[in-house]
Write a protein that binds this ligand. Structure first.
Ligand code: ADP
Ligand code: MG
Length: 702
């Protein structure tokens, strides 16, 4: 049978010489290796430079890994049961080093020859003050002659080692596999021009060299090539998904800018739009006029003015005869939007209504009727809007405030509410790092407001400790005396809601002691309150009846009190960077200088210290997001792990930013000329995309 390239690489691993059924099961279970290809893609995590042999006397206690060469001492089995261990030593001209194994003892005992010369490689550890190597890799000294200088070190597990599948054996299997592969088995699929332009090592050579490089430079070239390949592939794939989605989703056409939009724009707009707001509105207008469904993510830092973009887009929908909804994550925020919209639209013939969980049955029934009849143009509310009984006459636009990725299930709910899917605009104030936007979010249409309205003063941010508390409280008193208001935020830290609650109550009592009535009034807002009580407390703060708002992070998103100038964050070290940034965004919205005080515990971990430092240094949400991703890793940024779009084996979008940039450029150049990859030059790339099962929804692409 004439096997083609993919067939060889997709062969089950048990067919590789030296594996067999038993070890195949183990490889699958321990390392997820099913096929030849999987083994090929089990990359070494480091290489051991065999030319580097350390004298035992020169090993310093802070060396991590070391390779020594010398004569093996006698083997001794000590202890029984769980504490059973094999102990030996290696001796060179400068000293003796203890070796110890807890697993695979009988195999080691059988195969090691005391008195012979070995290369010994392992992690330096200490036991009873004595330096030793635990589970070192052993290699008879002679075997090495003529071998490559850089030996790959693979991940392995104790179970694998016990079955003679330690790092060394995996290296042997990989070598075996590589020796049996021909150039045609690992064909190039990146178009020739790109290979040449970007100076890429060939694919075949890259796989050889990532495992068995001839030199460190050779390894770097291979690494570069394979990282580029991953990122380039991600770019091509996500771009094609996006174009295809745009092409295939029929959508409503907002063909005209009409009276409502224009009247509002010329008569009621309370300020000049920023350049970024104008650009985004232009992008939305183009997107909604072309006959495909808009699926746009709008990203803009706290206070960048996303609400106005939402309002204008909703007027555009109304001008074209469509209803629209604005969905916010909390009732408080829904209310605020509602009041804000009502006020701004009071001179226009548009009907705006509010629908949340606490709208009572009679009023609710009326709203549902009006929605179905079509007399409501704009409905604002919580996810209550998505519930089944809510029917629209002709929903044309759904705007989701303060969310990252709007879930598939929720999207489906919106689609069900209209014959043609309404346009969707998802707005988020959690800045997405550029590199992440370019990879995990690349399949979405994406707009950024990267400019704040003029005249904003940056919030002055400081870190304070527990012993500064009295001073901090005095400072808040001074601000209140000037007529300003303050937030005091407590973290949700404990496992149990009850403990969180107690924690907050203690904090509240403490604040009350500093700010007694009747000189001061305090609002408290938290997730355990009945909505009505929360609303009342919130309203009292908004209206200025209370000067202090004690809260948990329920106020994190969206709420807007421009007279508030102090944001005090208790146990600030317990918050993540983006949360801190969001909270800080609650102040600095008016004309006065605002302050963010990060009150921290006395013992800070290095990560927490770093976070607080970043907060004090910058107020740029994008910079903070980049840092956040550097600290936590891209997988932890909301929503991306699930998206499955970031499962790079080698590339790291933080560290490999430059390679990403290159990949973005190349993918763009190719798809601009040949969007469907029809040209002969791109044929192999197209085939490769088709092969990537699961990753590319090719049914939607081909
Ligand atoms: P966010 O993007 O965080 O939702 P908002 O839409 O709530 O921000 O806007 C924050 C504040 O900035 C609001 O008071 C809003 O009226 C004001 N604002 C928005 N755009 C402008 C602008 N172009 N010029 C001046 N103020 C603006
Ligand atoms: Mg907002």
């Amino acid at each position: 049978m004439n096997r083609n390239s993919t067939e060889i690489l997709s062969s089950p691993i048990e067919y590789l010489k030296g594996v067999g059924p038993q070890r195949a099961i183990l490889l699958r279970k321990e390392l997820g290796i099913d096929t030849f290809q999987d083994l090929l893609e089990l990359y070494p995590y480091r290489h051991l430079d065999k030319s580097q042999i350390t004298s035992i006397a020169d090993i310093s206690p802070d060396t991590e890994f070391v390779q020594v060469a010398g004569y093996l001492g006698s083997l001794q089995i000590l202890g029984t049961g769980n504490s059973k261990r094999l102990v030996s030593s290696v001796k060179d001209a400068t000293g003796v080093l203890q070796l110890i194994w807890f697993q695979g003892i009988s195999w080691m005992e059988k195969n090691l020859n005391p008195g012979f010369r070995y290369r010994v490689y392992g992690r330096v550890g200490f036991f009873n003050g004595l330096m030793q190597l635990t589970h070192p890799e052993m290699e008879a000294y002679d075997e090495v002659k003529g071998g490559l200088p850089l030996q790959p070190i693979y991940p392995s597990t104790e179970k694998l080692k016990a079955r003679s599948l330690g790092g060394r054996q995996i290296a042997k299997l990989t070598q075996q596999l590589l020796s049996q592969l021909k150039e045609k088995d690992i064909p190039e699929f990146i178009p020739t021009t790109t290979v040449r332009k970007s100076g890429l090592m060939s694919r075949f050579e890259a796989f050889q060299s990532i495992h068995f490089p001839s030199s460190p430079q050779n390894y770097q070239c291979a690494l570069f090539r394979l990282k580029f390949e991953e990122l380039f592939f991600n770019q091509v794939r996500t771009r094609m998904i996006k174009t295809q989605r745009q092409k295939q989703s029929r959508g409503l056409i907002f063909g005209q800018v009409g009276r409502l939009f224009n009247d509002f724009y010329t008569k009621s707009l309370p300020f000049e739009l920023t350049g970024a707001q104008k650009r985004v509105i232009r992008e939305i207008r183009q997107d909604t006029a072309r006959g495909h469904q808009m699926n746009r993510l709008l990203q803009g830092d706290v206070g960048s003015g996303k609400t106005m973009v939402a309002l204008l887009t909703m007027l555009l929908a109304a001008d074209n005869g469509y209803q629209s909804c604005l969905i916010a994550p909390t009732e408080i925020l829904s209310n605020q939007h509602f009041i804000n919209f009502q006020e701004m639209l009071k001179d226009l013939p548009v009907s705006v209504k509010l629908l949340t969980g606490s709208v009572k049955s009679a009023a609710r029934r009326k709203i549902l009727e009006e929605l179905a009849y079509g007399s409501i143009n704009i409905i604002i509310g919580t996810h209550a809007i998505l519930e089944d009984p809510v029917l629209f006459k002709n929903l044309g636009l759904a705007i989701i405030d303060e969310q990252h990725r709007f879930g598939v299930a929720q999207r489906a709910k919106i689609w069900k509410k209209a014959v043609l899917p309404p346009h969707v605009l998802v707005m988020t104030a959690t800045p997405i790092p550029r590199t992440l936007a370019m990879t995990a979010y690349n399949d979405l249409d994406y707009s950024v407001i990267d400019e704040l309205p003029p005249g904003r003063q940056p919030v002055r941010t400081v870190k304070r400790y527990e012993y500064d508390r009295p001073k901090v409280m005095d400072f808040i008193k001074v601000e209140i005396k000037k007529g300003r208001q303050a937030y005091i935020i407590f973290p949700l830290i404990e496992e149990s809601e009850k403990l969180d609650y107690e924690n907050l109550m203690k904090g509240y009592e403490n604040v009350k002691a500093y700010f007694p009535e009747p000189a001061y009034y305090i609002s408290m807002v938290h997730g355990r309150q009945k909505t009505a009580i929360r609303e009342t407390n919130m309203k009292r703060f908004v209206s200025g009846d209370t000067q202090i708002m004690v809260a948990t992070t329920v106020i994190e998103v969206g709420v807007h009190v421009s007279n508030a100038t102090v944001m005090l964050i208790e146990s600030a070290e317990k918050f993540g960077l983006s949360q801190l940034h969001q909270l800080r965004g609650r102040v600095g919205r008016g004309a006065d200088q605002s302050y963010c005080i990060l009150l921290a515990g006395n013992k800070l971990g290095s990560e927490a210290r770093e976070r607080l430092k970043i907060m004090c240094e910058t107020s740029d949400g994008f910079k903070i997001a980049e840092k956040d991703m550097e600290i936590r890793g891209p997988g932890d940024i909301a929503g991306t792990r699930q998206s499955g779009l970031l499962d790079f084996k080698l590339a790291d979008i933080v560290r490999d930013r430059e390679i990403l940039q290159l990949a973005v450029q190349e993918a763009q150049d190719i798809l601009n000329v040949d969007p469907e990859l029809d040209l002969p030059d791109n044929n192999l790339l197209r085939q490769q995309l088709k092969q990537e099962k699961g990753k590319t929804p090719w049914s939607r692409i081909s």
